[in-house]
Design a protein around this ligand. Sequence first.
Ligand code: ATP
Ligand code: MG
Length: 169
Amino acid sequence: MRGFIIGRFQPFHKGHLEVIKKISKEVDEIIIGIGSAQKSHTLENPFTAGERILMITQTLKNYDITYYPIPIKDIEFNSIWVSYVESLTPPFNIVYSGNPLVRVLFEERGYIVKKPEMFNRKEYSGTEIRRRMLNGEKWEHLVPKAVVEVIKEINGVERLKKLSQTDKI
Ligand code: ATP
Ligand code: MG
């Protein structure tokens, strides 16, 4: 059995890790779709697909989980989106998502769609982590250690802060 999960992973955090660990007990292999793969260098999507893949591979090195990270660009064409995803990924049997649009699109195509439970959603949230990075608050404990290292390596916090500056005087 192969499962599919999609996220933007901006950045990959402990909530993502928990859900992937949980799914790995239900399926043999996991396809991890890196959504909005073309986006980077914005406040909502600061990290490139390659940087996000690095966060995931460096973290999952420490776990015995078989997975395939697949970058998936936005196509803004919901009615063919499932076929588009299928054209990029290995075949899969189950979809894990809490996102209503993703759920509807896969269900209409006959997939079993499961809703993963949320872990500490208040803090294990990309939006919250990016907010903390911008405000100089502690964020490191909300992501796996390997992700702290990747974000340091690419000067991620500095990038985010620069992106938030304005060109007005
Ligand atoms: P953002 O605030 O930038 O949208 P996010 O934390 O929602 O970031 P996404 O990359 O949008 O992260 O998440 C993709 C998927 O990962 C979600 O649809 C959800 O299924 C799962 N997920 C996110 N946060 C958690 C969490 N704390 N616990 C369990 N699953 C989570
Ligand atoms: Mg989200």
